[in-house]
Design a protein around this ligand. Structure first.
Ligand code: 26Q
Length: 800
C-alpha cells in the first residue's frame, strides 16, 4: 500500500482541521509541524500496537536500555524516512504551497542529554528498531533539557531549555501504566508468617512515576519500539499531605532538570533521587509486564535483558533484588542468579573524577532498603572472594569503601557483562582501570565499539552525498552498510571525485549561509573547513586547536603576503556550568575569533566560527560541510568518540591522536588516509609513572610555542587578561595535565601536511572518498547486532 501525495494531502488537511478548526492556509510553521506530527502518529499507530502485540503474544525476549540521557534530535524527518514516505510528504506539501524545510525546523530538538553518551543511546534506539530487535528505552522526561548556550561578550551564559513549551507531539502519556516509587523513611526487617524476613516501611515518601511513551520507528520494516520516559508527580491520594507550594515543588524537582555535567561527578542528593526514581519505575514496570506471561521467575533472564548505560542506572541491580526478595518472596540465591543474568553494563569513561560514588549516609537516608541490599551484596562478594584472592585485591573491589558506595563496582559485580566502547578503551579497562575486576571476572569483559546511525548522519543530513552513493553502488548499503566499501572502486574515477567535491562545496555554502545570517561572519566556501565539535573539556584539548590557530595568525602577521591555505576553524562546544576552566577556554577562543576575524591583515586566510548552542541539529548542518575532523584528545582519555565516525562518514579527513575509536578508524581507512600525531597512550603512561614530564622545559626550549603562549599574557589578545593568565599558568606553571605543549610540535607539523594535500584537490577528494567508503563498520547497526547476539541474546523479529 503506497501512499500517494493526493491521499496525503487529504488526510493531512483533515488532521489539521480536526486540530485547529480553521483553514490550513493561514497557519504558523509550528501548527503545520504539530499537525504533521499528529498525522504521523496516526499513520504509524497500527504498527506500534502490532509490534507490541507481537512481542507479548510470542513472549519474545526484550532488552531494556536504561539511560539517564537520550539525545534523539528532531524526529519529523527521521520518522518520515523510516516510514518510507519522506518524498511523498515533501512533494505533497509542495503541492499545497508549503515549505517542508521551514516546517521541519519548527520542531524543537529535545536536549535530554549532555553529549556522546546520550546521543549514543538514541543512535542505538534507531538501530534496535531498524533491526527488528524487541527493545525499549527507559529514561527521564526532564521538564528542562540541557541549558541553551548563549555567548555574551564571549562568555558562555546558560538559559533554561523549555523544550515542552509548544507541546510534544510524539509522546503519549500513559497514566494507566504509572508506578509508585518509595523514598526515605525506615525499612525494618521483620519475619512474615512463613518465617521470611520482609521490610516494614514507615514514614516513606511515595512518588508517582508517570510514563510518557514515544514510538521508535524502524527503517521501513513496520516495527515501532518504545522509548519510555518517566515524570514525577504527587500521587492523587496523597495530595492531602502536601500543604505548601514548597512541598509540592520538591516532588516536581525530581524530573525538573538534566544535570549538565558530563565529566565531573558531583554528589548531589537530587541526582541520586533521579537515578533511583527512573530505575525503580523502569524495573517495576518490567516486572509487571513479565507477570502477564505466567512463567516461573527462573525464566526471567530468558525474557528480559536490562542494559545499564554507564553507572547512572546501576541501582537497577539492588532494585530488582528488592522486588524479587521482598515482593516475590524469592531466596537470596535465586534472586541473585536472576539479577546477574539479567544485567549488563557499559562503561563510558576512565576519568577518575567522573566515577560515581555516593556517601553511604546519603544512600541510607534516601533508599534505606536499597542500602541494606547493597550492603549484603557487598558482604557476600567479600565472603566469596576472600578465599580465592589476596585480601588486598578483594578489598580493592568492594562496593562500599571509605564511607562511599562505588557505583562501578556495584555495576560490575551485579552484571554478567561489562563492556568498553572502543578497542583501546576496553584494553585500558581490562589492564589498568578495572584490572582487579578483570582478574576476578575475565569472562565478563568484552568490547563493543560504538557506532552511529547512517540514516540520520548520512541519508538525512547529507542528501547530496546519499544520492551520489546510490548512483554509484545502488541502494543495498542502506540496509547493509558494509556495502559502502563498494564505493572504493570509484577512488580513481575523476568524475566521481569531482561530484564529491561539488557536493562538499554545496554543503559548505549551506553552513556559510548560516554563519552569515546568525553570526554575521562571512566565510569563503572554498577555504578548508576544519571542525571540532564536542563537549568542552581539558582532555579533549580544544586548547591545542587554539594554539595552532594562533601560530598561523602570528605567521601571517609576520608576513601578510604569505601564501597559505585559507582555513575556517569551526567549534561547537558546551561547557558544564560549574567547569570554570572550560568556560575560560570558551572565552579565549571567542576572543581569538574576534581578533582574527576582524583583522584586515588576515582577511580570509583564517576565520574562526564558534557556533552558539551546539547540539544534534547543528551537528546535522556542520558535519556534511566538514573537511577536517579534529579528534585530538590526549591518548588514553577519550573512551571512544562518535563525532569522529560521523565526520568520516561525511568525507572529512581525520586529524587524530591514537585515542578511542580513532585507532579503529586508522585501521579501517589506512595510515595513508588519516593524519596521526602526538603521544600514544603507552607514552603517556610512561610519563605518569616516571614523573618526567616538565612542560616548563618545552616552553623554555621552543621559541615558536613560547611566542604563541605569550599572546595569552602579553596583551596581543585584547581583553583576555584574567583567562589568559589562568590558562597560561595551567600549561606552563602547573605542568600541563593533558600534554598540550608536548604534542604541539607534531600537531602543527601534521597540519602543514593537511594544507599541502589540500593543494591537490583530486588527491584530497580521493582520500575523502576512501574515508566514506571505509566507514561502514561504524554503523550502529553492526554494534547493536553484536550487543544483541553476544550480550542480550535477543532475536530480530524480522522475517529473515
Ligand atoms: C554523573 C554523575 C553525576 C552527574 C553527571 C554524571 C555524568 C553525566 C554524563 C557523567 C558522565 C556523562 C556522560 C559521559 C559521556 O558522554 N561519555 C562519552 O560517551 C561516549 C559514548 O560512549 C564516548 O564516545 C565518549 O568518548 C565519552 O566521553
Amino acid at each position: 500500500m503506497v501512499l500517494t501525495t493526493k491521499e496525503f494531502r487529504e488526510d493531512f488537511s483533515k488532521t489539521f482541521e480536526g486540530l485547529y478548526a480553521f483553514d490550513l492556509s493561514e497557519a504558523s510553521p509550528i501548527q503545520y509541524y504539530t499537525a504533521l506530527g499528529n498525522y504521523l502518529k496516526v499513520y504509524s499507530a497500527d504498527n506500534w500496537s502490532h509490534t507490541n502485540q507481537a512481542y507479548l503474544e510470542h513472549q519474545v525476549k526484550q532488552v531494556y536500555y536504561f539511560s539517564m540521557e537520550f539525545l534523539p534530535g528532531r524526529m519529523l524527518k527521521s520518522n518520515l524516512l523510516n516510514l518510507g514516505i519522506l518524498d511523498t510528504v515533501r512533494d505533497g506539501l509542495r503541492e499545497m504551497g508549503l515549505d517542508f524545510e521551514v516546517i521541519a525546523r519548527a520542531e524543537v530538538d529535545p536536549a535530554l542529554g549532555n553529549g556522546g553518551l546520550g546521543r549514543l543511546a538514541s543512535c542505538f534506539m534507531d538501530s534496535i528498531a531498524s533491526l527488528g530487535i524487541p527493545g525499549n528505552g527507559n529514561g527521564i522526561r526532564y521538564r528542562y533539557g540541557l541549558f541553551q548556550q548563549k555567548f555574551v561578550d564571549g562568555y558562555q551564559v546558560e538559559l533554561p531549555e523549555n523544550w515542552l513549551r509548544d507541546g510534544n507531539v510524539w509522546e503519549v502519556r500513559k497514566e494507566n501504566k504509572a508506578v509508585m516509587v518509595r523514598f526515605g523513611g525506615q525499612a525494618i526487617l521483620s519475619e512474615d508468617p512463613d518465617g521470611r524476613l520482609k521490610p516494614i516501611y514507615s514514614q516513606t515518601q511515595n512518588i508517582l512515576a508517570v510514563p510518557y511513551d514515544t514510538g521508535m520507528i524502524g527503517y521501513q520494516n513496520e516495527v515501532v519500539n518504545n522509548l519510555r520516559l518517566w515524570s514525577a508527580e504527587i500521587p492523587p491520594e496523597e495530595e492531602i499531605h502536601y500543604h505548601t507550594i514548597a512541598d509540592r515543588e520538591k516532588v516536581n524537582q525530581i524530573t525538573e532538570v538534566l544535570y549538565p555535567d558530563d565529566s565531573n561527578y558531583e554528589g548531589q542528593i537530587l541526582r541520586l533521587r533521579q537515578e533511583y526514581f527512573f530505575t525503580s519505575a523502569g524495573v517495576q514496570s518490567i516486572v509487571r509486564y513479565y507477570k502477564q506471561m505466567v512463567l516461573t521467575w527462573q525464566h526471567f533472564p530468558d525474557k528480559v535483558a536490562i542494559h545499564i548505560n554507564d553507572t547512572h542506572p546501576a541501582l537497577c541491580i539492588p532494585e530488582l533484588m528488592r522486588i524479587l526478595l521482598d515482593e516475590e518472596g524469592l531466596s537470596w540465591e535465586q534472586a541473585w542468579e536472576i539479577t546477574q543474568k539479567t544485567m549488563s553494563y557499559t562503561n563510558h569513561t576512565i576519568l577518575q573524577e567522573a566515577m560515581e560514588k555516593w556517601p553511604v549516609r546519603m544512600v541510607q537516608e534516601l533508599v534505606p532498603r536499597i542500602y541494606q541490599i547493597i550492603e549484603e551484596i557487598n558482604q557476600r562478594h567479600i565472603d566469596k572472594k576472600l578465599p580465592l584472592y589476596t585480601p588486598e585485591l578483594t578489598y580493592r573491589t568492594t562496593i562500599i569503601a571509605d564511607g562511599n558506595v562505588k557505583m562501578a563496582h556495584l555495576a560490575i559485580i551485579g552484571s554478567h557483562s561489562v563492556n568498553g566502547v572502543a578497542k583501546l578503551h576496553t584494553e585500558i579497562l581490562m589492564h589498568e582501570v578495572l584490572r582487579d575486576f578483570y582478574q576476578m571476572y575475565p569472562a565478563k569483559f568484552n568490547n563493543k565499539t560504538n557506532g552511529i546511525t547512517q540514516r540520520r548522519w548520512l541519508h538525512l543530513a547529507n542528501e547530496g552525498l546519499t544520492k551520489l552513493i546510490d548512483n554509484k553502488i545502488g541502494t543495498a548499503w542502506k540496509t547493509n552498510p558494509s556495502e559502502l566499501k563498494l564505493f572504493k572502486s570509484f577512488a580513481n574515477n575523476e568524475d566521481t571525485l569531482a561530484q564529491l567535491a561539488e557536493i562538499k562545496l554545496e554543503n559548505k555554502k549551506q553552513f556559510a549561509a548560516y554563519a552569515e545570517k546568525e553570526m554575521g561572519i562571512e566565510l569563503d566556501p572554498t577555504a578548508l573547513f576544519d571542525v571540532q565539535i564536542k563537549r568542552l573539556h581539558a582532555y579533549k584539548r580544544q586548547l591545542l586547536n587554539a594554539l595552532h590557530i594562533l601560530d598561523r595568525y602570528l605567521k601571517i602577521k609576520d608576513d601578510p603576503d604569505l601564501d597559505i591555505q585559507p582555513r575556517v576553524f569551526i567549534f561547537g562546544a558546551k561547557a558544564a556550568p560549574s567547569y570554570v576552566y572550560a568556560k575560560q577556554i570558551i572565552k579565549l577562543i571567542n576572543t581569538i575569533a574576534d581578533m582574527v576575524n576582524n583583522d584586515p591583515a588576515i582577511g580570509n586566510k583564517i576565520k574562526v566560527v564558534f557556533v552558539e548552542n551546539y547540539g544534534v541539529s547543528l551537528a546535522e548542518l556542520i558535519i556534511p560541510a566538514a573537511e577536517v575532523s579534529e579528534q585530538i584528545s590526549l591518548a588514553g582519555k577519550e573512551a571512544s568518540g562518535t563525532s569522529n565516525m560521523k565526520l568520516m562518514l561525511n568525507g572529512a579527513l581525520t586529524v587524530a591522536t591514537l585515542d578511542g575509536a580513532n585507532v579503529e578508524i586508522r585501521d579501517f581507512v589506512g595510515e595513508d588516509n588519516i593524519f596521526l600525531f602526538g603521544l600514544n597512550d603507552q607514552e603517556v603512561y610512561a610519563f605518569y609513572e616516571n614523573g618526567t614530564y616538565h612542560s616548563r622545559d618545552i616552553y623554555d626550549s621552543n621559541p615558536r610555542l613560547q611566542r604563541v603562549l605569550n599572546t595569552f599574557i602579553d596583551g596581543t589578545i585584547p581583553g583576555i587578561e584574567t583567562e589568559g593568565r589562568v590558562i597560561f599558568d595551567s600549561l606552563v606553571q602547573y605542568n600541563d595535565e593533558y600534554f598540550v605543549l608536548k604534542d604541539f610540535e607534531s600537531y602543527v607539523e601534521v597540519q602543514e601536511k593537511v594544507d599541502q594535500l589540500y593543494q591537490d584537490p583530486m588527491a584530497w577528494n580521493q582520500k575523502s572518498l576512501l574515508n566514506i567508503a571505509s566507514s561502514g563498520p561504524f554503523s550502529a547497526d553492526f554494534t547493536i547486532k553484536r550487543y544483541a547476539e553476544e550480550i542480550w541474546k535477543t532475536d530480530s523479529q524480522l522475517p529473515a
